[in-house]
Design a protein around this ligand. Sequence first.
Ligand code: AMP
Ligand code: MG
Length: 477
Amino acid sequence: MTTLADLQFDNRFARLGDTFSSKVVPDPLTNPQLVVSSFDAMALLDLDAAEAESPLFTEVFSGAKLWSASEPRAMVYSGHQFGVYNPQLGDGRGLLLGEVINARGEHWDLHLKGAGSTPYSRMGDGRAVLRSSIREFLASEALPALGIPSSRALCVTVGDDPVYRERQERGAMLLRLAPSHIRFGHFEFFYYTQQHDALRQLVDFTLQTCYPESQQAAEPVLDMYRQVLRRTMEMVARWQAYGFCHGVMNTDNMSILGITFDFGPYAFLDDYDAGHICNHSDHAGRYAFNQQPPIAHWNLACLAQALTPYVEVEQLKAELATAMPIYQAEYMRLMRARLGWAGEQPEDEELLQHLLQQMQDSASDYHITLRLLAEDDANARDQFIDRDTFDQWWRQHQARQARDTSAMAGRLACNPVYVLRNYLAQQAISAAEQNDFNPVRQLHEVLRQPFVRQPGQEAYAAPPPDWGRRLEISCSS
Ligand code: AMP
Ligand code: MG
């Protein structure tokens, strides 16, 4: 265990120099308070839980103090936003404070989001509001607990600074952790600006720091691309299996590590709706729930384009052709586990589709229905309107399970009781906006163990009340 003051830094990305990022110091919050912190994320840095109580913790993570070894920098990147190339993006309101190296030799980027304006802020104020910071915090910690790879969140701080969105809100900062903050959009930026040497440098840096094993391959860049593609499609398979809708799958929000990244208007489904659009600004439904796998494939094609200086187009196309099969295999693996179907049978996809169609028709709660099925609870039937059709499906489901019962016992461990529903996040945010941080802390605590029924926490497992159904989440965070 280490203390905050003793963190060891090794700022590899900063050393790449000014072509890749700009030096910017954080603009601190006034009268900062700690809203919530994650002991699990602190453990990734070997930080003792007690460190969160120290005044220094709130100071450094609200931008008031820096370690002498940190080198805060805003990264430059670009990306395809809603299908259209935007040539100049970059960290408009976040800074890479530096890279901490832990006792296991792992590097963790410390990224302070909401740290003030940077050369990439465009028209923005460089700030983040309490609402969006809490939302990102909760998701960053809830997803890994469900087995979904994600960037992590160390803490949220809030200040007295007014920040203007649709209404006046409070400025906040989120400390995000990830082994790397390199996005698909980083490669696109250097490719489209024809900075050939810089692109090569970025590729080599990513190979060394994120995909060292690919360096041994006959074609390292091709091998790295293959790994990115596999990780990305498997991540999306997990989103689909657990009903997670990202909401803004622009290529600048796609991590090169294949982890869930840059949370905006995301949502977990409540009732099952394959075409659910969680982003209020996504009028065409480009990022609707059921579009996520093909969009991931589309984004991977954008990344492939930026790698064409190093890999034959035909080879990249061959890799891209594996994306949907990789997705489908992983998705079916997860859903079979959730339903207690051991092995693989030819009827599985149809049987699953039949269940999902009934959930869609009945507007059944996705998580509750699957959990009830996993518990062999007869109340699962009540989630459906057409009971005869359900009974028919259920007999087939039972017959499917009976073929090999070895997957039955594992069902509870992969069907969550607690899910970060929008209304739960909203309740915690409303309290935090009134300076009561207990609800967000309690919600975070419950979500650390989503698969275990926790005595006294039944309320967190409830379906949304009427006001909390289909909350529209705006992009202006
Ligand atoms: P996002 O939708 O959060 O992924 O952001 C897209 C781009 O807009 C990124 O380059 C962000 O850094 C930038 N951005 C978002 N919000 C702000 C803000 N309040 N101030 C400055 N830049 C922002
Ligand atoms: Mg972004």
